[in-house]
Design a protein around this ligand. Structure first.
Ligand SMILES: *Cc1c(COP(=O)(O)O)cnc(C)c1O
Length: 466
């Protein structure tokens, strides 16, 4: 008998109870399409000589595909890379206050651009303007999609068809194609480089000022450090020189924490408040780096300059939505209470987590990790590690941390890559790093409340076929 004629029809398969339950979960049109595809594939395989597939395995395959397709592409993962603000893993995790605020804003209409008192039109920047001014000492503020957009908008507004003077030591590239010279060009500004890679003096800036100069600019060297025989001009001197020539002095700060990090035992990172106090007329920084909030670009500074930036039609193209503003506002409020900030702001609590606490977590989890890898030719041990802050913040500083080192026993090449891939293949992927012949899992960013869920899913690694 021709096996092709023994394949069930689409309609027959759809009425199978197992397929009907898939339909309940995923919807009729999706499951019908998968059934059609599965039958077409089976037909082709049979024509190529394969045997008739049994009904159960056909249905199982349809179920697997339906489940895979229903899974979000924006999967939550465990960030055990040791880089806290990991750009590829979404940078700062938001604090609960911000999560609540953004959910509320997402669910209901809200006063985004509406003045409740007058019943008239409002300005979305007003949601965070006062808070940003209070926290930075600036006169006014505005918010755009990210810091790259903030820098672009600033240059396009103030330096189009004019010149912006920057030190050669600060012509940075941030991962993901943000390069100061390229942004300048796209913004229509002419970059005037002064000084040398390692040393730039005030007179280098002074000699470069012409009638075409629009601004003096400082870019915070956020993802590298120049050490040794170096010289950069202090901001206060650059500000004085700019103002003596009736020019604005602007700073691209990059990672812009609003708190004094020294107070939490972290290395010092310059703040927008310090820039403003030193005489900067505009400062731009990211919302989701050390600030610990949602992706956003913040511009703070002199009122008339912010007003000019807000009048640029590109502001409309780069503005943020209500969900971002809701989260940002909630995060900024946390900064008003510095005493409790390190407990409430998730990014800061991860950065300040004591090494002893991380090591204690490693000790609690060691048995589960060892059990999951018992059948593998590897050794697991608890080791001291160094975490990085990430996102181009404090590039040289490392935070003492702890976690697991998984090392191959004997010369078993490839086993680490296999385990690394298996960890990535878990329901909630575990992302570590391979370094010096070991797979390292830094536990700094594993929340205490996540430990049991983390340990539970590891058992999938020891199941046959894993
Ligand atoms: C990170 C960074 C940027 C880009 O900011 P995004 O928020 O990622 O767009 C620009 N300049 C500096 C100095 C930075 O550190």
């Amino acid at each position: 008998m021709n096996p092709l004629s023994q394949l069930p029809s689409v309609d027959r398969l759809l009425t199978d109870p197992a397929v009907a339950s898939l339909t309940d979960t995923h919807g009729r049109s999706i499951v019908t399409r998968l059934v059609r595809n599965a039958l077409a594939e089976a037909r082709e395989a049979i024509r190529a000589g394969a045997p008739l597939p049994d009904r159960a395995s056909l249905i199982e395959k349809i179920g697997t595909i339906a489940k895979a397709q229903a899974m979000s592409r924006l999967r939550p993962v465990y960030n055990l890379t040791g880089t806290v603000l990991h750009t590829n893993l979404g940078r700062a995790p938001l604090p609960e206050e911000a999560i609540e605020a953004l959910v509320t804003a997402a669910r209901s209409p809200c006063a985004l651009e509406y003045d409740i008192e007058s019943g008239g039109r409002g300005d979305r920047d007003d949601i965070v303007n006062e808070l940003l001014c209070e926290l930075t000492g600036a006169e006014a503020a505005t918010v755009v999609n990210n810091n790259a957009a903030a820098v672009f908008l600033l240059l396009n507004t103030l330096a189009q068809r004019k010149e912006a003077i920057v030190s050669r030591g600060e012509l940075i590239e941030i991962g993901g194609a943000f390069r100061v010279p390229d942004i300048m060009k796209r913004a229509g500004a002419k970059l005037v480089e002064v000084g040398t890679t390692n040393r730039t003096h005030l007179k280098d800036f002074a000699e470069a000022i012409t009638p075409r100069t629009a601004m003096l600019m400082k870019v915070h060297a956020s993802n590298y450090a120049i050490q040794g025989f170096t010289r950069a001009v202090p901001e206060s001197e650059l500000a004085r020189l700019a103002h003596a020539n009736s020019l604005p002095f602007v700073v691209d700060l990059g990672s812009g924490t609003l708190a004094d990090l020294d107070a939490y035992g972290l290395p010092h990172e310059p703040t927008p408040r310090e820039n403003i106090a030193a005489g900067a007329d505009l400062v731009t920084f990211s919302g989701d780096k050390l600030l610990g909030g949602p992706q956003a670009g913040l511009l703070v500074g002199r009122k008339e300059l912010i007003a000019k930036i807000k009048r640029n039609p590109l502001k409309r193209a780069l503005r943020v939505g209500k969900i971002t503003l809701a989260a940002l506002e909630a995060v900024l409020r946390l900064y008003r209470d510095p005493d409790r900030l390190h407990e409430r702001l998730t990014a800061l609590s991860q950065l300040t987590r004591p090494e002893a606490q991380i090591r204690a977590a490693a000790e609690r989890l060691l048995p589960a990790v060892q059990a999951a890898l018992a059948a593998q030719p590897v050794m697991v041990e608890i080791v001291a590690l160094k975490s990085q802050i990430g996102s181009g913040s404090l590039p040289v500083d490392r935070l003492p941390s702890a976690g697991f080192a998984i090392r191959p026993q004997g010369k078993k090449g490839g086993v680490l890559n296999r385990i690394e891939a298996a960890l990535r293949g878990l329901e909630r992927p575990v992302i570590g790093r391979i370094e010096d012949g070991a797979l390292l899992l830094d536990l700094r960013c594993l929340g205490p409340g996540e430990e049991s869920e983390f340990a539970a899913q590891l058992s999938a690694l020891s199941r046959p076929g894993a």
